[in-house]
Design a protein around this ligand. Structure first.
Ligand SMILES: Nc1ncnc2c1ncn2[C@@H]1O[C@H](COP(=O)(O)OP(=O)(O)OP(=O)(O)O)[C@@H](O)[C@H]1O
Ligand SMILES: [Mg+2]
Length: 459
């Protein structure tokens, strides 16, 4: 995937027209896209700029970046499937293609608008698995509720997004409704009591479904779910009151279906379990190479097969762990110390996450810590305006902070229903902040010395 993009002549006409309608000055546009005037000017001259910034500049002014970018620079995997009557793409093709990003949420009637954006740049190695999940959801012999289970960070939510997009594209379901229960807070391997108390109730779920069904009344939900085949995704189902929800949902299903993502297994007879496997070795290498290229991390790009194998085994094939490892190697500039540190985690992903966050926390600036703490206490993603109002974060600091958080893979970018960028934390990072884990992490003198040695070659 290209890490830089430039606008085509035609694309520039489209954005200029969109900007004219908004009556935006360059300054206003720059602020909305969190970029500098010089980058915006380079964009307007049709020069190559950073891919994420390019997408931001287009999104905030309300146009699709794919229509603006020079076509020869967009790789095939970036493009949405365009239905052509005579050549319907195969199910596999449809699953492999990334969704439009963001889904155009301006039109209320558009199908699939409740499916969140993918948060990674490409979902590696989940093609046949996603295809299998979709087939099972569509199989009348299967249980009406399927639960995608597995530990944190194995990619359950990303697979569910891919499956949901393909379900709509392939016309297997009339639409997808997507409800996210609370982000999970674990303590000592269990969901914390406070999270249990606030777990999503049946009534809350019904209200959310009613809202997504064009705001129909709660009383009509049953009928609406029965009359058309819809897919309901309940993400983070471990923090929903499933004992009450599942039997009631089950009564409404057929033809509609439910897909849960959950860290726990559920044993009701009408729930089919699907365990998410670790990424395969090759897909992990592809993920590592791609991220390392994108971020320019020579220590990974030049790693030998043995080192890559070691990274794979130590990461347990969990995509979140692989991302954290890239962030850490990027900062250290070398692979070996990261590998030795990872060995201490002994194959426990939660320990890898903790170790990664701890290192990041000790190396990020105080402004960034301040922003992270604020984000940890908010249940949804935050916007720049919110941060600047609530935490008085200066715009120049925010640019640095955003870069810092992105470098360590601590934030995920989302786009809200109006196309506005929001920044969110992975559930694991959020719970660590909330649980006060980060407060224990003062860097010892010995650790400082180690870092200086790796980074600056000081003895
Ligand atoms: N196949 C993949 N290729 C590249 N990145 C991935 C892949 N799967 C997941 N990711 C990335 O890894 C991180 C963890 O994925 P995700 O949030 O889907 O995990 P999860 O199993 O839903 O975790 P949780 O139980 O905490 O909700 C995310 O940043 C996601 O974008
Ligand atoms: Mg998830």
């Amino acid at each position: 995937m290209a890490d830089k993009l430039r606008a085509s002549e035609q694309g520039l006409k489209i954005v200029k027209e969109a900007r004219r309608k908004k009556r935006w000055t360059q300054e206003k546009w720059r602020q909305a896209a969190f970029t500098s005037i010089s980058t915006l000017k380079r964009f307007l001259k049709g020069e190559r700029i950073d891919r994420d910034t390019f997408i931001n500049i287009c999104e905030v002014v309300g146009v699709k970046w794919e229509e603006v970018a020079e076509p020869s620079e967009i790789q095939e995997t970036d493009l949405p499937v365009v239905s052509v009557a005579s050549t319907t793409p195969s199910l596999e093709d449809q699953i492999n293609v990334l969704p439009l990003q963001p889904i155009d949420a301006y039109s209320k009637n558009q199908r699939g608008i409740w499916i969140p954006n993918l948060r990674c740049r490409k979902v590696w190695g989940r093609e046949s698995f996603s295809e299998d999940v979709l087939h099972r959801l569509n199989d009348p012999q299967e249980a009406p509720i399927l639960s995608l289970c597995g530990s944190a960070g194995y990619g359950k939510t990303e697979v569910a997004c891919k499956v949901a997009m393909a379900a709509v594209r392939n016309n297997l379901f009339a639409d997808v409704l997507w409800v996210k229960a609370r982000d999970t807070e674990f303590s000592d391997g269990k969901i914390s009591q406070s999270a249990r108390d606030e777990a999503l109730s049946w009534n809350q779920l019904l209200q959310e479904i009613a809202h997504q069904l064009d705001g129909c009344s709660v009383k009509r939900v049953h009928q609406r779910i029965k009359e058309e085949k819809r897919l309901i995704v309940l993400d983070n189902a471990e923090t929903a009151q499933l004992e009450e929800i599942l039997p009631k949902l089950n009564e409404m299903l057929n033809p509609s279906r439910v897909l849960l993502t959950s860290r726990f297994q559920t044993n009701a007879s009408y729930v089919g379990l699907i365990n998410i496997p670790p990424l395969e070795e090759n897909s992990s290498y592809q993920l590592l190479q791609d991220e390392a290229k994108y971020k320019n991390v020579p220590a990974i790009l030049q790693a030998n097969t043995e080192q890559l194998q070691q990274v794979y085994h130590l990461s347990c094939g969990a995509p979140l762990a692989l991302h954290f490892i890239v962030g850490r190697v990027f900062d250290d500039g070398t692979l070996e110390p990261v590998l030795s540190a990872l060995e201490q985690a002994g194959g426990d992903v939660e320990k890898i996450y903790e170790f990664s966050l701890k290192t990041a926390w000790q190396r990020i600036s105080n402004v960034t810590k301040n922003v992270l703490r604020y984000m940890g206490n908010s249940d949804a993603g935050v916007t720049w305006e919110e941060l600047s109002g609530a935490r008085q974060v200066q715009e120049s600091d925010w640019i640095v902070t955003r870069r810092e958080l992105g470098r360590w893979y601590l934030i995920e970018k989302e786009t809200d229903a109006k196309g506005k960028p929001r920044y969110n934390l992975h559930p694991w990072v959020r719970r660590s902040l909330r649980g006060g884990l980060v407060d224990k992490w003062q860097l010892s003198l010995q650790e400082w010395e180690q870092i200086a040695k790796w980074k600056y070659d000081i003895d």
